[in-house]
Ligand binder design. Structure first.
Ligand code: MRU
Length: 378
């Protein structure tokens, strides 16, 4: 665990020590990650070296969450170029990484950004340039998530002033620091509010089938000392009807240019229930999660379909201390496993980004795009 505290800019805690989800080894030729398939039961640090290590880590969800997938892929491409900086290998490594998971647009965004930096560069320079770009993506992700936290804090403070009682926030899946490098997206405002002394409590959807809420969100909230309760996925609507949810806050794997939000399967149902109960439904995301090429999220965002085994089986800690997988569904029943769904823009109260809070519509997102272009050229 000594390496965990050796990070530069870190805010979240593991056993009281500052930690991020990934960091480059001092040698500069391998990457350390927290293996999220082992949480919450075991804290395992894994080291990724080869392109295959990176592809497996993303595909099997040792790292997951849109911004973290993007950052990991950038390092994967950079380290692959250390072995072979040829154009052929750049293409091969990019294609292999892009094929790991289809929905989170941050993966494409990060690979495209590294490749833009490489364009026209000398072969000998390529690995160093790619690594510097991966490090920049990592650093910016931390800054952007913290800024999301600050903008979201203003909204939580406002809601707290309206309700004048401890805030009850409902979240789905894991959009905390484990899904990013540090801070998180949806949970960054929660951590900022905690630091600002706003009393709050988080309802954590368990998020079947992979249980990122029960396994990851609950764990990281507990590590930070944030009051929370894990609920079965079907509970949210009932709580909303009985005044026990003041605000919903989720992340996004890909947001379309019209404000449609793709996030973990089940998000749409929470947005429907929130709208029916007049509860604000906010989505927190860095601008790297916006797909400017898609103008209709429902029609065009690719939805990952994962192995049916994730639905028919479940993993947990057995009494012998080993993580054990058991079968839930009779072998004669087929299962399907859609990993994401799309929440139409009309159900989204606002998009909390690193540049501020925007309405979920074309015009508002256009103003964000202009702001980003101006900043890039400044
Ligand atoms: O399948 P996962 O665990 O990668 O899905 C993650 C989510 O759906 C998160 O809500 C999303 O990536 C938001 S990222 C902060």
């Amino acid at each position: 665990m000594a390496s965990l505290s050796a990070q530069r800019v870190v805010n979240m805690l593991v056993n009281g020590k500052h930690c991020t989800t990934l960091w480059l080894d001092q040698s500069g030729n391998q990457l350390h990650i927290i293996d999220q398939t082992q949480l919450p039961h075991h804290l395992v640090i894994k080291t990724l070296r080869s392109l295959n290590d990176f592809c497996i880590a993303i595909k099997t969800m040792q790292v997951r969450g849109a911004p973290l997938i993007g950052a990991t892929a950038a390092y994967g491409l950079a380290l692959a170029l250390q072995h072979d900086p040829s154009a052929d290998n750049e293409q091969h490594a990019s294609s292999a990484l892009l094929a790991t998971r289809p929905t989170a647009v941050n993966l494409q965004w990060a690979i495209a950004r590294v490749r833009r930096a490489l364009a026209g560069q000398h072969r000998e320079q390529k690995a160093a340039i790619a690594l510097a770009t991966a490090e920049a993506i990592r650093g910016e992700d931390i800054q952007h998530c913290e800024a999301i936290g600050d903008h979201g804090l203003a909204l939580l403070r406002q809601r707290y002033q309206q309700t004048n009682k401890p805030l009850n926030i409902l979240t789905h899946c894991n959009a905390g620091w484990l899904a990013t490098v540090d801070w998180g997206t949806a949970l960054a405002p929660v951590y900022k509010a905690q630091q600002a002394g706003i009393p709050l409590h988080v309802w954590v959807d368990e998020t079947r089938p992979r249980n990122q809420g029960a396994s990851l969100t609950a764990w990281e909230l507990a590590q930070q000392g944030v009051p929370h309760t894990v609920i079965a996925d079907n509970t949210g609507g009932h709580l909303m009807q009985h005044g026990q949810v003041d605000l919903c806050l989720v992340g996004s794997d890909r947001t379309a240019a019209n404000g449609d939000v793709c996030n973990k399967i089940g998000t749409y149902l929470k947005a429907l229930a929130a709208t029916d109960n007049n509860i604000p439904f906010y989505v927190a995301l860095p601008s790297s999660s916006i797909d400017w090429t898609i103008s209709d999220g429902l029609k065009s965002i690719p939805i990952e379909q994962r192995d049916a085994d994730e639905v028919t089986h479940i993993s947990g800690l057995a009494e012998n201390g080993q993580i054990t997988r058991v079968q839930l569904v009779d072998g004669n029943s087929p299962a399907s496993n859609y990993a994401f769904d799309v929440t139409p823009a009309r159900l989204v109260t606002g998009l909390i980004t690193e540049c501020g809070v925007f309405s979920a519509n074309r015009e508002s997102l256009l103003s964000l795009q202009q702001q980003l272009t101006e900043t890039a050229h400044a």
